[in-house]
Unconditional design. Sequence first.
Length: 436
Amino acid sequence: MIPRYSRPEMTAIWSPETRFRIWFEIEAHATTALAELGVVPKEAAAKVWEKGRDAVFDVARIDEIERVTKHDVIAFLTHLAEIVGPEARFVHQGMTSSDVLDTCLNVQLVRAADLLIADIDGLLAALKRRAFEHKLTPTIGRSHGIHAEPVTFGLKLAQAYAEFERARARLIAARAEVATCAISGAVGTFANIDPRVEEYVAEKMGLTPEPVSTQVIPRDRHAMFFAVLGVVASSIERLAIEVRHLQRTEVLEAEEYFSEGQKGSSAMPHKRNPVLTENLTGLARMVRSYALPAMENVALWHERDISHSSVERMIGPDATVTLDFALARLTGVVDKLLVYPEQMQRNLDRLGGLVHSQRVLLALTQAGVSREDAYRLVQRNAMPVWRGEGDFLTLLQADREVTAALKPEAIAECFDLGYHLKHVDTIFRRVFGSEK
């Protein structure tokens, strides 16, 4: 985790203090369940909670013990015994380290998912507001980077809204995917611990029991979780690149907010660069990169190995912290985005009406001209305009083959901008519902 790209609430989920607190809760709940089953004294379970509930676990002390034991869970249990006293011998009865580690990781991922879902909600609100603001702001649609036909800027934002609604649904599914608990003991057989303990701990920690955990929770769940984070990151990049292209000097239809006192370049005082969306493109690359090691973690040896452990210590915090930051940054970009409708109109007009070529093509075919001939006639008049040698409407109205099929006023009707916007309301209803 790099502080520059981290936010406190998400970072706190991955702190040693949080991790050890979750470990304690797992162990304490398991001890309580064992006490209710008569396996350990109820007084011992009560003492564990009494001593540990408000305890501040000493991270430095645990690290000191681990340097000797070379085992993190044993180091924690040793420190817990220092806090609880003799009753600590009843903690971790019938459990294995993975019961604690895997259940804790899933608690952390669930909490991280909750923050990411809230981030998406904030982004959706910003996208919706700006989409309705520019619902009928005409702009040029591009295919292959080249002017195609008119759209509205609101439609661009509505598309992004729909994409992030899908992202939200995927995050909810990813959260459910990893919200499982394993308290099944060595090799997952429950030989030394009753399955009811797992059920109890799962309920208390807001999880569900893992049906078959071997000795670890199956990593296909985590692979799916991190894959979803990668897809969300790709959606972030898609919108970021749109802003970057629109901010190019030759386009300049929209740009990132440039604050008072902000500097764009150490050498060129005039510069206003799309630094936020460029940063988002880079962050998206990083989040996607964490998906591959998560997938490689699926193939573990037999009932358990720890080849996945070092990977997850890195990708768990880094992927969620980075995506959290990126979503918040993108929300700010959308919320403060500077939009220039006049420049959008200038760009619409830049090709001298060529953006209406399909309308003319269709009108000719409906007037009885074959599609091949209609295409030839329209393209014949379009290419000079492309080279800057005239106005498309004027050339068409001067072409005798064209006017033999279409009257000049019928040709002019093909240049109505509103024709392209007549179904904007329909699309908005599909995206946002009936709300105006």
